[in-house]
Ligand binder design. Structure first.
Ligand code: SAM
Ligand code: SF4
Length: 318
């Protein structure tokens, strides 16, 4: 359905857990965040019920996220149940890749076809430093596995962190030389819990283009895509630039989000949340609530005012 600004809202980002096996410095404090009680996290049945209603409103694209979605127990069962009950054109997942090698085949068989893997450094010591615990080899093995299995497209999400990984931009672009993958550089977004770190390490994506003029814009068929697409002529893959700060894409935003504890968010950077879990657990009809709030989706984020959202990115799902 359309919101009051005429945007078609067809994309649901669904967080299946607030837990994570990493502690990326820009996302979570090293001690982690206060975890929700197990009973506050949506059950598979509740998630399926919510998805069913969103599909009725016109959602046909779903991405599973987290925390780290692959730490949710029996995730392939949830994927299969969502697939079985709904007509979804596009069903994908964003993962840090740590557990990917073990579960890739199961999530593919259950119905996921597209995958985004987050990777901020290709140097083992730096990877460990930014994630505060991770082993790079696990992620690389996961990427090799999804390539072998034939997931398509495969996208690598790299958050640009000034003074940390801006010296690796060329290496990331080089990944697109012989492989039909997309490397996406994401501008670091400030949130309440990490704005000091994130502001001091922020780098605009325009710097990528300035430093790598061999990147040439390419046309993108998906008009709601948040990434501006580029490629090096002759390379098989593409480079995407996701610029939430330097070039707002709110006017074409088609997304709504559900947190692991069942809150609907119509803007990533707004603290406004609608409690769908309360609707479910108190037998309040959800469809009208969802439709009303999709209609009222805010026109744009207000990051430039310096007011940052209170939840951590891991609790929202990115
Ligand atoms: N754990 C999974 C992962 O890391 O891919 C899924 C959840 S994570 C919150 C989703 C995406 O958000 C990741 O690509 C991560 O790098 C990105 N992210 C987290 N915090 C961010 C921030 N402050 N600014 C920009 N991107 C961020
Ligand atoms: Fe975990 Fe993903 Fe946040 Fe890293 S970015 S701490 S992997 S939720």
């Amino acid at each position: 359905m359309k919101d009051r600004y005429g945007r078609s809202i067809n994309y649901l980002r669904l967080s299946v857990t607030d837990r994570c096996n990493l502690r990326c410095r820009y996302c979570m404090p090293s001690e982690g965040i206060l975890k929700e009680n197990h009973s506050d996290i949506l059950s598979f049945e509740e998630i399926c019920e919510i998805v069913r209603v969103f599909v009725k409103t016109g959602v046909d694209k779903i991405r599973l996220t987290g925390g780290e979605p692959l730490v949710r127990k029996k995730l392939p069962n949830l994927i299969a149940a969502i697939r079985r009950e709904n007509t979804i054109r596009d069903f994908s997942i964003t993962t840090n890749g740590i557990l990917l090698k073990q579960v890739a085949k199961d999530i593919m068989d259950a119905g996921i076809s597209r995958i985004n893997i987050s990777l901020d450094s290709m140097k083992p010591d730096k990877f460990h430093r930014i994630t505060q615990r991770g082993n790079l080899k696990d992620v690389l093995d996961g990427i090799a596995e999804v390539r072998k299995l034939g997931f398509h497209p495969i996208k690598i999400n790299t958050v640009l962190i000034k003074g940390f990984n801006d010296d690796e931009i060329g290496d990331f672009i080089d990944l697109t030389r012989n492989e039909d993958i997309e490397v996406r550089f994401i501008e670091l977004m400030p949130l309440f819990n990490n704005w000091e770190y994130n502001k001091s390490h922020y780098m605009a994506n325009t710097e990528v283009i300035e430093r790598y003029p061999e990147l040439i814009p390419v046309t993108c068929s998906d008009r709601s895509s948040t990434a501006l697409k580029y490629a090096v002529p002759g390379y098989l893959g593409k480079v995407g630039l996701i610029n939430p700060n330097s070039h707002k894409f709110c006017s074409s935003c088609n997304r709504v989000r559900i947190t692991a504890d069942g809150k609907m968010k119509t803007c990533l950077h707004s603290d406004q949340e609608i409690d769908l879990k309360a609707c479910l657990r108190n037998n309040i009809a959800m469809e009208e609530v969802i439709r009303k709030n999709i209609f009222l989706k805010p026109s744009d984020h207000k990051l430039e005012t310096g007011k940052y959202v209170m939840r951590s990115m891991s609790a929202i799902g990115g």
